[in-house]
Design a protein around this ligand. Sequence first.
Ligand code: COA
Length: 273
Amino acid sequence: MLDVPKSADKSYADGKILQSVAEGVGTVTFNNPDKRNAMSLDMWEGLGAALIELRDDPEVRVVILTGAGDKAFMSGADISQFEKNRHNAQASEEYGKRSDAQRALLADYPKPTIACIRGFCLGGGMQIAMLADIRIAAENSQFGIPAAKLGIAYGYEGLNHLVSLVGPSWARLLLYTGMRIDSAEALRIGLVDRVVPDTELWNATSDIARTISGNAPLAIQAAKITIAQVLKDPDKRDMKAIKAIGTACMDSDDFREGRRAFMDKRKPRFTGR
Ligand code: COA
């Protein structure tokens, strides 16, 4: 069993973004618990730096995103920065560019990602959680997009993900009201994939992460690439990318290892080649 990372291998944004690696699993922790892990611009940039490092670390096969403390995954963007950095359309565009770049990194991330959610998951926190491949939530979690309570437009990318997960009707209900829903409702509408008791959240998430990290990386990449293409409009799909990863997979050492290990009745040792 993986322990909740107690210390970071590396930190960014004055310790407000933590990064660690254990047993092939990278973890990024939003560490601003006094503000319910609200994200400042420095934290967005720190998140990007941590994601790049974990992406380029060959030891890392899957990445968990989580929040420090027991109150929040993330309460969204740090509203105290809005007066200075996001007070009108032009300032918002500049602000957006700095955080968009990090979200784009996550949207195109080549390794599987899991959001491990406890407590509040709001606004930009929902966006991050929806960009992850998989969402595991504690029973105590609450979800919402309070954009209409602040006068903010939530943007195409965020809504694209929301609509594809929960459908247009729930997306409207959440956006028009700014209401918060609990884990049970989030599970029912497809916003999260699994809900577990609060005390079991980390173990449940790290079990899934370790299972993924023990599987064949190319086969996982094939699934990730193909599912991403399925979600695109038909004319935007990159069928060549699907073919290329399929070929790489079926010609791989790992495919040979997988079938031999099965015949030998032993656990396979995958290398990602
Ligand atoms: N930005 C900046 N500060 C935030 C924040 C955010 N997104 N979310 C919480 N905080 C701060 C609060 O201002 C408070 O600061 P203080 O201790 O200096 O007064 C502290 O975090 C604790 O928040 P509090 O509201 O007292 O805790 P709570 O447990 O009662 O409620 C929330 C937590 C997350 C529900 C509530 O803080 C909230 O609604 N936050 C804003 C969420 C939001 O609108 N996000 C979208 C941003 S685009």
